[in-house]
Design a protein around this ligand. Sequence first.
Ligand code: TYD
Length: 256
Amino acid sequence: MGRRNKIYEGKAKILYEGPRAGTLVQYFKDDATASNAQKKATLDGKGVLNNRISELIMVRLGEIGIPTHFIRRLNMREQLVRQVRIIPLEVICRNVAAGTMSRRLGIKEGEKLPRPIVEFCLKRDGLDDPLIAEEHIHAFGWASQAEVDEIIGMTLRINDYLQGLFTGVGIRLVDFKIEFGRLPVDDGHQVVLADEISPDSCRLWDRETDRKLDKDRFRQDLGDVAEAYTEVARRLGVLKENKHPNLAVIANNDEG
Ligand code: TYD
């Protein structure tokens, strides 16, 4: 790993040059940040859990026809992905009011929304990822009309699928954030799902108790963050038992 070229280091992941042209290795760190990196911690095992959870979700989404950057998991902390040019948008889909939507619109956290709502934020840490309208995306050329339409369509399909997946394991999908990239193809490019989908980028509540099983445990100092991520992984079947974060219990004999 030491000899590989680092392409980019973000808050929770590192991207390395991949083994073949057009590929990257996505490494999941244990670092957690919130409030635009003003709050930082290391959570033992988080990277391993997010790697597994995101793998499962990307594979399943691929199976229902959502194009993704995911190729395969390499080991406990790394996955091989296709190199894409990230579209500078954080695409948020919400089913239940929480976080900034509750604060902005005065809707009580936990209130079910009349229908899924897709929002766009500009991916720019220096500005705290501001909420933007589709108008801004078109006017500033961040994505074309056709790309935005495709992104909204894919986001709603992903939401439908993930709601079902999580409902099946007793979890309410409150909201999530995804990112898309442009993958070069023969005659141009294709928009594909990129980055990760994990408890770092979703709000996940236990359906019976409303217990938060996501990064809000870290943002709001609720404690037991890694235990909650472990619980999500266990329910999704990527951990054999709910022991945190004894990485020996990762299912399927991880090779890494
Ligand atoms: P939101 O409520 O807008 O922001 P915050 O987390 O600051 O209260 O977030 C909606 C969902 O999207 C939530 O699950 C967190 C996720 N998200 C990210 O993972 N990264 C981001 O940069 C943003 C803006 C949201």
